[in-house]
Ligand binder design. Sequence first.
Ligand code: SAH
Length: 211
Amino acid sequence: MYENERKQLIAKLSQSGIKDISVLKAMFNVERHLFVPEAMIQHAYKDVALPIGFGQTISQPFTVAFMSQALKIKAGAKVLEIGTGSGYQAAVLAKMGMKVYSIERQFDIYQMTLKLLDELQIRVFCKWGDGTIGWDEFAPYDAIIVTAGSPSVPAALQKQLQMGAKLVIPVGDKNSQTLKIITRIDESNFDVEESPDFSFVPLIGREGWKE
Ligand code: SAH
């Protein structure tokens, strides 16, 4: 269903500078309309963020594509996502062939998305908890993606990066953030690239915003 709509969305993303074929392919294959509430289905293939209930949103397709591309990973990589939300970003990474670990702090969302990913037979290791402290058990990761806006870069996430791996995280105030693409050079050195003007819901937790 909605194959034409997805084709048009992919064409638009490609014109907007998304060149990574594995990202475009995965976004063609993941049915975004299954990740939004029923009342939002007619908007599922517009390039906009949409409400998913519980005060949260499913990220804009361009943002998902841009972040997935920025991670610079190859199939088989182990990726940690903070902010499972609807599960759409996690599903895109899984379709790209990644081994995905994802943490969500709101229990209702965690449960809803666990069920959906299971029904769709998309393999993602989900956890309910505070992602600002990462998921030490399976570290180090080949990439870490944070899909909520943070006041600063949580130290634990930098620590759980493999050497050479990237952490992509929106950092700023509650309304607007700069996307930081941080590469771990060695034990204690990190390179940072920045891309301005993103808008995510807040990252709430020990190393994020306080409620
Ligand atoms: N990747 C999601 C985007 C969801 S919005 C998608 O594709 O739909 C961001 C999500 O981050 C929200 O569900 C919010 O509850 C969650 N979140 C906020 N702070 C968090 C934290 N400290 N740890 C884990 N999840 C968090």
